[in-house]
Design a protein around this ligand. Structure first.
Ligand SMILES: [Cu+2]
Length: 277
C-alpha cells in the first residue's frame, strides 16, 4: 500500500514540479518558435505516458497485493493487448517525430536572402567574420592561422580583403534579417549555442557546418559553447547583440577589414599623428 502511495506521489510531484518550476526556457528571440512547439508536443506525450504507466503500476501494486492463498494466473500471450500497445506506441512515437521532420526541413533550407556570417571557435573564445562590401567571404584554412592572421583568412583571395574581422569580441546582427551562420573550428569540437535563438550546431575542425535564423527582437544574448572542449569550456562565453538597422550600421562602420588588420604599419602611422595633450 505504501509503495502504491509513493508511486502516486511521484506522478503528482512530477506534474506539480513541471507546472510550478521557475526553471523554464528563456524568452525566444528568433523565428524558431516551431522548435518550442515541437518540444511542448514531446512534453505532453512523454508526460502523459509517464503518468499513465506509473499510475497503472500503482494500481497493480495495490490491486494485486499479496494475499494468503492467492495464485497468479499464467497468461503468456494476449494478442488483443499487444495490438493495442503496438498501435498506441506507434502513434505516440509518430506524433513526436513528425513535427521534428517539418522543423528539420525548414532548418536546413536557408532563405535565399540570408547574409552569411562566419563564426570561428577556438579554445576558448569566439571570433567572427562578415563578408564585407562584395558580399563574399574569402577562403580560409586552419593552416593559415598565425598571430597576424588569427582566423586563417587566405591573404591571396581578393574576396577576403574586405571581410570584416571581429576577433574575440561581441558580434552584432541586425534585427529581422535572416542570417546563415557558417561554423568553423580551428582546433577541437565546439558548438555555437545562443539559447534565445533556439538553434545550435556542432563545429568540426576541417569542415564548415551551418544553421540559419532570423533575429526577432533587439537585445544582448550570451553565446555558450555546448560541446565539452577542454578545461576552459565553461568560460567559453561570448555576446551577440541584436541591433536596429541604424545601430548595426554604426557598429559595422567601426569594424576593421582583413586588409586593414594585415597592414598594421599603416594603422600605427595614423595613430601616431594623434596629438596627445
Ligand atoms: Cu568550446
Amino acid at each position: 500500500m505504501a509503495i502504491a502511495l509513493v508511486l502516486v506521489l511521484v506522478v503528482v510531484g512530477s506534474v506539480l514540479f513541471h507546472a510550478l518550476s521557475p526553471w523554464w526556457w528563456t524568452p525566444i528571440a528568433s523565428n524558431w518558435g516551431y522548435i518550442d512547439s515541437t518540444l511542448i508536443i514531446t512534453f505532453w506525450i512523454t508526460g502523459a505516458v509517464f503518468a499513465a504507466v506509473v499510475l497503472f503500476m500503482a494500481y497493480c501494486v495495490w490491486r494485486f497485493r499479496h494475499k494468503e492463498g492467492n495464485v497468479a494466473h499464467y497468461e503468456p500471450e494476449n494478442k488483443r493487448l499487444e495490438w493495442w500497445l503496438t498501435i498506441l506506441t506507434g502513434l505516440g512515437v509518430t506524433a513526436m517525430l513528425v513535427p521534428g521532420l517539418f522543423v528539420w526541413s525548414q532548418f536546413v533550407t536557408v532563405p535565399a536572402d540570408a547574409t552569411e556570417v562566419e563564426v570561428i571557435a577556438q579554445q576558448w573564445q569566439w571570433s567572427y567574420r562578415l563578408p564585407g562590401a562584395d558580399g563574399k567571404l574569402g577562403t580560409s584554412g586552419s593552416h593559415l592561422v598565425s598571430p597576424e592572421n588569427p582566423l586563417g583568412v587566405n591573404p591571396d583571395d581578393p574576396n577576403g580583403q574586405d571581410d570584416v574581422v571581429v576577433e574575440a569580441a561581441d558580434l552584432h546582427l541586425p534585427m529581422d534579417k535572416p542570417v546563415k551562420m557558417l561554423l568553423r573550428s580551428i582546433d577541437v569540437l565546439h558548438d555555437f549555442y545562443v539559447p534565445e535563438f533556439r538553434a545550435k550546431m556542432d563545429m568540426i575542425p576541417g569542415s564548415v557546418t551551418y544553421f540559419w535564423f532570423t533575429p526577432t527582437r533587439t537585445g544582448t544574448f550570451e553565446v555558450l559553447c555546448a560541446e565539452l572542449c577542454g578545461t576552459g569550456h565553461g568560460f567559453m562565453r561570448g555576446i551577440v547583440m541584436i541591433d536596429t538597422a541604424e545601430d548595426y550600421a554604426t557598429w559595422l562602420g567601426e569594424q576593421s577589414t582583413f586588409a586593414q588588420l594585415s597592414t598594421p604599419e599603416q594603422v600605427g602611422a595614423t595613430e601616431q599623428t594623434v596629438v596627445r595633450p
